[in-house]
Design a protein around this ligand. Sequence first.
Ligand code: B12
Length: 374
Amino acid sequence: MPSPVRILTAVPICDGHDSAINTINLDFIRHGIEVVYLGYHRSVEDIVRTAIQEDVGAVGISSYNGGHVEFFSEVARALRKQGADDIKLFGGGGGTITEADATVMRRNGVDKIFFAGTALTEMADFVRQHYGNTHRRRRKATPDMKLARALTEIEDRYAKNKRAGKPAKKKAKSLGKTRVIGFTGPGGAGKTTLIDELVLRLLRRAPQARIAILSHDPSVVGAGALLGDRATMINSQNDRVFMRSMATRGQAGGLSPATGECLALLARSDFDYVILETVGTGQEAMPFQNELVQKRVLVMNPDYGSRLQLQKIVMLDLADLVVVNKSDQSRARAAVSEIEQRLEQNKREQKLLSTVAKRHRDAGVDQLCDWVMD
Ligand code: B12
């Protein structure tokens, strides 16, 4: 099987109309497409950086608040300027985009505009037919482009069930300056927001540092996936951050079959921190068997049910750090005390932190950053 068609979708800056793109994204994934969703209120710069890092075949923009002729044209121009105009540009905006506007937009490099009344299936079929095989070799590829393409090639090999080589046998201690930190935990615990806040602090405290994030979301039946972690990320939209979204492509346990090799490639590249984020995981998950992961973080929601539930979470034995996020919730104090008792049974030096990742300047996230940099 070839890799699924992979596209990026977004809503322009100063536009909060995300309901259309949310509906369209869902239909795309039902049709077997992998959709990296960047969210709404996104700049040209963020869209182009993401398209390159995610190595997508096309960018779909949903625009309702006007300025679409300029915005789409600017994205097309920026892709051309970067030498990435093999990435196609398409989109819609219902009745706000007229036929006359679309003619100008096409002249400026936009591939296709869908007007009001187009059936969802028609758009999904178009994407599958036209944006599956757009990649071409680029004459002046930047380091980010080369890295992005190398990650695609690894995923493609796994999709065809052909491994080029064994996942690198590189040991954690031979990583040099690079630190590899794994984050896991149940869906809704706030892993992505926590990582984004951690990235903010790392960028500030280490002004030269480069950070890579390898983030996972589940593939649905039919091979599509909504890779939506970027939509939650604000601080990670930064030229010093290389982020790649991966679908699990049929593998249970929180990661993809290609994760090990992709992680090894990122660890070999010139990053100071490599952050691995799993999908929302269950009680039995032990995602970080990879030797490259030096520090393992379990992010928990205070609302995990009764104390008995804690006995069943395998990662509580394996994590180096347990973070109780959303610790402004009423149950948080009890949760911290129960988890503390649970960790004491392990007789290992495991650390426990309370955070409120959504809060600016949260002291708990500061402590997380200290621990990561230590
Ligand atoms: C729903 C809606 C809202 C909701 C948004 C909810 C949300 N979270 O998205 C609410 C009520 C919050 C809202 C608010 C506002 N809205 Co409003 N809104 C709409 C409305 C009614 C529908 C848009 C929609 O979702 N359509 C559903 C999609 C699926 O169908 P479609 O639009 O026909 O699109 C087709 C294709 O173009 C294609 N398509 C669309 N996008 C994409 C992307 C890709 C990648 C692809 C492949 C295809 C594609 O898919 C469809 C296929 O049939 C339109 C009016 C209208 N009837 O279009 C106004 C409209 C867009 N809003 C408008 C305005 C002015 C506003 C506000 C500024 C109002 C205000 N003063 O507060 C705010 C701004 C909000 C913000 N933060 O940006 C104006 C824009 C005017 C303009 N640009 O000149 C419109 C046109 C209403 C009007 N006639 O005045 N809005």
